[in-house]
Design a protein around this ligand. Structure first.
Ligand code: AGP
Length: 611
């Protein structure tokens, strides 16, 4: 949700913090702020709006100092404003704090602190934490790190926090519970980040703070303890990402770059895993649990948003190949429904960021009930990746655009690998398996061919840029793709759009059809083609404006449709990987033409770390 950065060392902190905040802006862009200690004084600047608003303020009043913290906000408590922006400062002006998460018992604490004479400047839950620490510190005469630790034992909710103090300029304190936080280990300097993006250009050595841990960082070193005051030895990990990967690389938007990167991302997702020469699929991360997965009585896939759409494709893939029953769950519903899990069940969660709070809770619910929980994640070292029993990394590279694109296709291809692995020598013959392995290997080039339609789709977007509603329809493997197409358009262009199984249209949505309603059909020449064509005729009969995605060389739909986009042919189970690409491009170009902030759409954030 929000983004936190921190620095302590010998260099000027302001520039390091600001560059870091820009790299984290996809996590929230309602307001931003920094606090830096210099000459035993706390200096702070914060502004409503994007990081560049803060930058403008700092240009006219730069802050010196070599220890500081920064924050970019996704508002949960209190509207975006200067006074609700972080950092928040103690009433004695000594220390400042930034927070990512939600303090659930802030109401009770706020009331108690008010009775003790604290005056609140903002509407935020975070300010409560500041005064609670101050209260604990004053009552017991504690040093700041200890006061932070003790105060956190009274907090219910989630947090990633960082704190600096004017009276102790060789100190940076941080703690986490539920929200991600990494320490970047440099040479005589240390960095903090909510993820690896602000750290990559400074160091590749990182320590992942786990839930319930607090770290005291000084220029001479750091010490990690649990909130219960138990010292912890932490492993230092090597970061995979490169600086180039988190830059736009000449594209106008990260989303555009990530759409265009899909062929390479798919090759990277299959590298060392899909071996067409040996007719093999190797999933090292699932090696120890593959037998359990193959013998599973039921697979439950839990996820959110776009990852939930790939989970739906996963249901079709696993049931089609392995004939194992699959249930797909919204992670947010799964965790509160006290789900009935039995021996023989396997829970599989999917999360690009590996930090989505509801999906993380689904992991913990499965483990609470003693059921094996596997994961598919993109961010290496993320909380879900570290807490699941085993899993598969996407290796799709960093996804910075808030609207997920390459992660979706990489998730689908990993799910296809898992389904085939479950079916190998069971429900699939050698020949069928080998066929499927070769089809997988041919996908990246087919995506490259599909991306060549970019110009054509840009022209088309010009026609539909003023639409106020859209309908997306698909069947079978491509029903989830219809949902995904609708979500992409909604997210970045703010046009209302709905996805449905094509047959479902007759049971209601058809009432929406008129000549102002663009209807996008995924109409590939597969097992459901004839049925989809009938649905197209039903829409055309009501003057609907039809856009069809169909196979290369298929001219049958030209009469019926306003636009026909033809994609390379492939096996039905892989068609979602191609059919989604024109939908990604359509939403992208429409959003650009409507002047929307494509990479940072309003009200959204890249990783939803609060409930
Ligand atoms: C998709 O474009 C959105 N950004 C959002 O729906 C996202 O898929 C969802 O929040 C899940 O994120 P995750 O894959 O990181 O868990």
């Amino acid at each position: 949700m929000c983004g936190i950065v921190g620095y302590i060392g010998e260099k000027q902190a302001e520039n390091i913090l600001m560059t870091g905040l820009k790299r984290l802006e996809y996590r929230g862009y309602d307001s931003a702020g920094v606090a830096i200690v210099n000459n035993d004084t706390l200096h702070m600047q914060k502004r409503e709006g994007k990081v560049n608003e803060l930058e403008t303020a700092l240009d006219s009043a730069p802050i010196e100092g070599t220890v500081g913290i920064g924050h970019t906000r996704w508002a949960t408590h209190g509207p975006p404003s200067d006074r609700n922006a972080h950092p928040h400062v103690s009433s004695d002006g000594d220390f400042a704090l930034v927070h990512n998460g939600i303090i659930e018992n802030y109401g009770v604490l706020r009331k108690r602190l008010k009775e003790k004479g604290y005056t609140f400047q903002s509407d935020t839950d975070t300010e409560v934490l500041v005064y609670l620490i101050e209260e604990v510190q004053n009552e017991a005469g504690l040093a700041l790190p200890e006061a932070v630790r003790q105060a956190l034992t009274q907090v219910i909710g989630t947090y990633g926090i960082a704190v600096v103090s004017a009276s102790d300029p060789d100190l940076l304190v941080a703690a986490r519970k539920g929200s991600p936080l990494l320490i970047g280990v440099g040479d005589g300097e240390y960095f903090l980040g909510s993820d690896a993006a602000p750290l990559v250009e400074h160091t590749r050595q990182v320590v992942y703070l786990s839930d319930g841990e607090i770290v005291t960082i000084r220029r001479g070193g750091y010490q990690v303890r649990t909130i219960e005051n138990v010292p912890m030895e932490k492993e230092v990990h090597e970061l995979e990402w490169t600086l180039g990967e988190i830059e736009k690389g000449g594209y106008e938007h990260f989303m555009q770059k990530e759409i265009m990167e899909q062929p390479t991302a798919l090759e990277d997702a299959m590298r060392g895993r899909v071996l067409p020469d040996d007719n093999k699929i190797v999933l090292g991360g699932l090696h120890d649990v593959m037998d359990d997965l193959r013998d599973a009585d039921r697979v439950i896939i839990a996820a959110c948003g776009t990852s939930w759409h790939s989970a739906l494709v996963g249901e079709y893939l696993i049931e089609h190949f392995a004939r194992t029953p699959v249930e797909v769950e919204y992670a947010s519903e799964f965790r509160y429904r006290n789900p009935i899990l039995r021996d023989g069940d396997v829970v599989l969660v999917i999360s690009q960021s590996g930090e989505t709070a509801d999906t993380l809770a689904a992991v913990r619910e499965a483990q609470r009930q003693g059921v094996m929980c596997l994961g598919i994640c993109n961010v290496v070292g993320s909380t879900i990746a570290r807490e699941t029993d085993a899993g598969v990394y996407l290796h799709a590279g960093p996804e910075i655009g808030v609207a997920s694109t390459k992660a979706f296709t990489a998730q689908v291809i990993v799910l296809a690998m898992i389904a085939l692995k479950m079916a190998e020598d069971r429900t699939l013959s050698h020949a069928e398996f080998a066929d499927a392995v070769h089809a997988l290997a041919s996908i990246p080039d087919k995506v490259r061919t599909t991306l060549e339609m970019d110009g054509q789709i840009e022209k088309m977007a010009n026609i539909y840029r003023y639409s106020s509603n859209f309908l997306y329809l698909g069947r079978g493997f491509n029903f989830p793709v219809a949902l995904e197409g609708a979500l992409k358009l909604k997210e970045i262009s703010y046009i209302h759009a709905e996805g449905y199984p094509a047959a479902e249209m007759k049971h209601g949505p058809i009432a929406l059809i008129d000549r102002f309603m663009p209807v996008v059909f995924i109409a590939l020449k597969d097992s459901t083609y004839d049925k989809v064509v009938s649905n197209i005729e039903e829409v055309a009969a009501r003057d609907g404006s039809v856009i069809a995605i169909t196979d290369e060389g298929n001219g049958e739909l030209d009469e019926l449709c306003e636009y026909v986009l033809r994609i390379p042919q492939t096996q039905e189970f892989l068609s979602p990987l191609l059919a989604v690409v024109p939908l990604q491009l359509l939403s992208y170009h429409i959003a650009v033409m409507r002047g929307c902030d494509v990479d940072q759409p309003r009200n959204l954030a890249k990783s939803v770390t609060v409930e």
